[in-house]
Ligand binder design. Structure first.
Ligand code: DU
Ligand code: SF4
Length: 226
């Protein structure tokens, strides 16, 4: 299918020199001691979930010892623990944990993508890296369009990336540009005239979940609106 081809192509992308270097350096020399005996993926993270999804979750970028280790979106880190537990409560995931490929996890009705597909140093991609990676998200939106109803953007970078892809796809996007916030919503319209609701959420990163800036109830609330 188109999605399989897309995932295969993104998995070998080397367009951003700094991120190629970082993802491979972490994979070969920067492993967490707890994972020292594991092979690291060390490549871009392809999208994961239901190919016919009505909902897309847009993340920021892989974690160096999470997706960059396991090769699956939000898999093997604390952000993922939070996200998959919530997706399970909301009925999108068949189990509350995401450990590694082969653990039996399946998503139904939902697919996870990201603004940037390689782990960035300090979890912070540059503007140039965000622009360089955007075409992969454009293609994910294109493939999702026929069945898409809503998108959840985790954080402002994902929000901006989703709006950027929507514009480049020729969708109708409100002006002035809708502002990101937890619980923010924007109604987009695809070129084919289909309405797509964009919902914003604070990212599930530890700095939000540990501090209580994002609670389980807040995440459940935005997932319920998709
Ligand atoms: O080989 P495949 O059926 O394309 O599935 C690959 C991978 O994607 C599978 O391990 C789970 C996930 N997945 C899913 O989460 N939801 C679906 O509806 C189909 C596949
Ligand atoms: Fe390619 Fe995106 Fe990774 Fe850059 S961040 S190398 S564009 S997959």
């Amino acid at each position: 299918s188109g999605i399989r081809e897309l995932d295969a192509r993104v998995s070998v992308c080397r367009a951003c020199p700094r991120l190629v270097d970082w993802r491979e350096t972490v994979a070969t020399q920067g492993r967490r001691a707890a994972f020292a005996d594991q092979p690291y993926w060390g490549r871009p993270g392809p999208s994961f979930g239901d190919p016919e999804a009505a909902v897309l979750v847009v993340g920021l970028a892989p974690a160096a010892n999470g997706t960059n280790r396991t090769g699956r979106m939000f898999t093997g880190d604390r952000s993922g623990d939070w996200l998959y537990a919530a997706l399970h409560r909301a009925g999108f995931a068949n189990q509350p944990t995401s450990v590694a490929a082969g653990d039996g996890l399946e998503l139904t009705g939902l697919r996870i993508v990201a603004a940037v597909r390689c782990a960035p140093p300090a979890n912070r991609p540059t503007t140039q890296e965000r622009l360089t990676c955007a075409h992969w998200l454009d293609r994910d939106l294109e493939l999702a369009e026929p069945h898409l109803r809503s998108m959840l953007a985790l954080g402002s970078i994902a929000w901006d990336a989703a709006l950027g892809s929507a514009r480049r796809r020729g969708w109708d996007v409100p002006r002035p540009k809708p502002r990101f916030g937890h619980g923010a919503e924007a109604l987009l319209t695809t070129a084919a005239g289909r309405p797509v609701r964009l919902v914003g959420s604070y990212h599930v990163s530890q700095q939000n979940t540990f501090t209580g800036k994002l609670t389980e109830a807040m995440l459940d609330d935005v997932l319920a609106r998709l």
